[in-house]
Write a protein that binds this ligand. Sequence first.
Ligand SMILES: Cc1cc2nc3c(=O)[nH]c(=O)nc-3n(C[C@H](O)[C@H](O)[C@H](O)COP(=O)(O)OP(=O)(O)OC[C@H]3O[C@@H](n4cnc5c(N)ncnc54)[C@H](O)[C@@H]3O)c2cc1C
Length: 428
Amino acid sequence: MEEKFDVIIVGAGLAGNIAAYLLAQAGLEVLIIERAEVPGSKNVTGGRLYSHSLEKIFPNFAEEAPVERKITKERVSFVTGDSATTIEYAAEGLGEQGKATYSILRSRFDPWLVEKAEEAGAMYVTGIRVDEVLVQDDKVVGVRAGEEEMYSDVVLLADGVNSLLAQQLGMKKELDPSQVAVGIKEVIRLGEEKINDRFGVSSEEGVAWLFAGDVSGGNIGGGFLYTDKEDLSVGIVTTIADIGYSDVAPREMVERLKEHPVVKPLLAGGKLMEYSAHLVTEGGYNMIPELYRDGVLLAGDAAALVMNLGYTIRGMDLCIESGKLAAETIIAAKEAGDFSKAFLSRYEKAMNDSFIMKDMKHYRKFPAFLERHRIFEQYPGMMDEMMKGMFEMYGQEPEKMTKRMLRPVKKIGLFRVGKDVLDGLGAL
Ligand SMILES: Cc1cc2nc3c(=O)[nH]c(=O)nc-3n(C[C@H](O)[C@H](O)[C@H](O)COP(=O)(O)OP(=O)(O)OC[C@H]3O[C@@H](n4cnc5c(N)ncnc54)[C@H](O)[C@@H]3O)c2cc1C
């Protein structure tokens, strides 16, 4: 007789593991199938986890989980080839319980979640790729991996940004290059003490740093740097449709960031430990696909739950919450013995009531705003000139500060800059 599970989850990323943990804890028979031999080894994040959604599931998780550092300093830099105008924000409140954010490395963090789900009773099969979702009478009934078919009451697709399985079902369109970016990341080992010294932090504290401007050569995108315990996570994210706008290729963007005079000394003597590239969903609310059908739900990146707000990328807290909401819907469906589309529509309602859809809707205009190239091409230079106007003293003719400040703005156009500021704030 064929084996049948209550739930099959495809993908042991954040969304899949959280759902597996909660479902197993509720006593359901859960099979989670992951194509990587070691869960987490194929998963990439820039590095900052907004902790609030995970905190609800594992209170005080940071005491136990392999988080890297609590972020206590925020930096945003607008860079030209040889300068950086940096805003730094540091405050005690950044580390408050429930509001704290942590740098994490997925190769360390995901296996911890897997351990939790396994302890709760979830069954993992790794090193196996699911090739197809099985459908009978318009209802999803299981999956096929190679020659093997496995059946369940419901399938949760948590297979990430390029969910080919959701595409097969027609729930999601093929990725549009304008709605998706590529991220490249290097993990560079520096050692704890050097990181503390160079970034002015203690071993428990860390820095999140975003870079816009010369790094991407005008392409839509930018660089990031997160301090981990012993390593630095350094990389770029750039919109795929925009590659070719400038002659700077994504790989070169990483080099530009690493070679920038403000960044280079911070990396000196570091050893490359990991190199990865991954897609990032960027389309925001307008990209969210169909979330459920008879016998199937989508969670995490498979459901396009990522927001690029320019100064930060947020996906992990949304993925965790969606895994939780999917699990709660499935637990209710199991109790009712009803896995129909009508019953599973509760998932969408729960998503709409949660911070996920509220935030996704709130920020829905921002991806279009970021398509203005001058943000990446002209504003860093404008800020550089303004800073020079303020700080350079070399016996030059005196000039009114307003004139010095307005000259670089006028180069772009007063009206344009004013409109960008208003539109940017409006989109946030
Ligand atoms: C460069 C970069 C920077 C980012 N920065 C941040 C950040 O700082 N903060 C933040 O909150 N978010 C960030 N994000 C977004 C965040 O990382 C994602 O939203 C999140 O990792 C998605 O989790 P997930 O569980 O949905 O998918 P994933 O973590 O991608 O997991 C999907 C899993 O499914 C598996 N899988 C796929 N297909 C199959 C198949 N057919 N069969 C079996 N297994 C399969 C994969 O191997 C993988 O393990 C960033 C993303 C990138 C790429």
